[in-house]
Design a binder for this molecule. Structure first.
Ligand code: SAH
Length: 207
């Protein structure tokens, strides 16, 4: 049986962006954070046997974690073709263990017109592409009733209102210190940590 710490170790060995593109806000989720959020979802019964989408999959850490935690199927959606070879390479490691229950879509999330049980995402925070975080959430709301998503903590008030306006609610949140390499931070320190929130967002029940 996989444990949370074992999951974090496996995820830490995956390859990440070779040449991250600042414009697309390509920052990988830290393996400890990915393992923690996925573990919370798993313990809530929202991974095993579920149809999962990984929006803005990058090199696949979130979706791969979901596969390891016995998701029924994972759809990886990533618009940058330059990331697909690394994503495939990471998935090759799983193929050896017999996993073939996934699909890769080299598409923009805004083109997605499919339903899933759960969407898991670490969307662009919206610092380079204005409102990208909002766009990702909008599509996620159309695609699933349960969403796990990572955002800047400073956007919390906005996110709270935005999710409610869209008929959803933030049901749980976890604080994560997200490590960003200096390419993104514009600071001299090699790694800067930014305050983020992992959110479990669910569709509100009608009165
Ligand atoms: N999910 C990965 C990557 C997060 S970075 C991880 O957790 O490590 C955000 C990713 O979203 C990048 O790979 C970027 O190329 C991708 N992306 C940005 N805008 C997108 C869009 N409109 N549609 C699909 N992917 C997008």
């Amino acid at each position: 049986m996989l444990t949370k710490s074992r999951l974090a170790i496996i995820l830490s060995k995956l390859k990440t962006f070779e040449k991250p593109k600042i414009k697309l806000e390509q920052y990988p989720t830290d393996s400890e954070i990915a393992a923690d959020m996925l573990w919370n979802a798993f313990m809530t019964g929202e991974i095993e046997d579920k149809e999962i989408a990984d929006f803005g999959a990058g090199t696949g850490i979130l979706g791969i974690g979901a596969l390891l935690l016995q998701a029924e199927h994972v759809t990886f959606i990533e618009k940058d073709p330059d990331n697909i070879p690394t994503l495939k390479e990471n998935l090759k490691l799983l193929e050896k263990e017999g996993f073939d229950n996934y699909t890769i879509l080299n598409q923009d999330v805004t083109e997605i017109n499919q339903k899933f049980d759960i969407v898991i995402q670490n969307p662009p925070f919206g610092s380079q592409q204005k409102h990208a975080d909002k766009e990702f959430l909008k599509i996620a709301f159309k695609s699933a009733d349960i969403i796990y998503s990572i955002h800047m903590a400073k956007s919390e008030t906005f996110l709270d209102k935005f999710t409610r306006d869209e008929g959803f609610q933030i049901a749980k949140k976890w604080k994560y210190e997200f490590p960003l390499k200096s390419t993104y931070s514009h600071h001299k320190r090699r790694i800067q940590r930014i305050e983020t929130l992992g959110l479990r967002i669910i569709k509100s029940k009608p009165f």
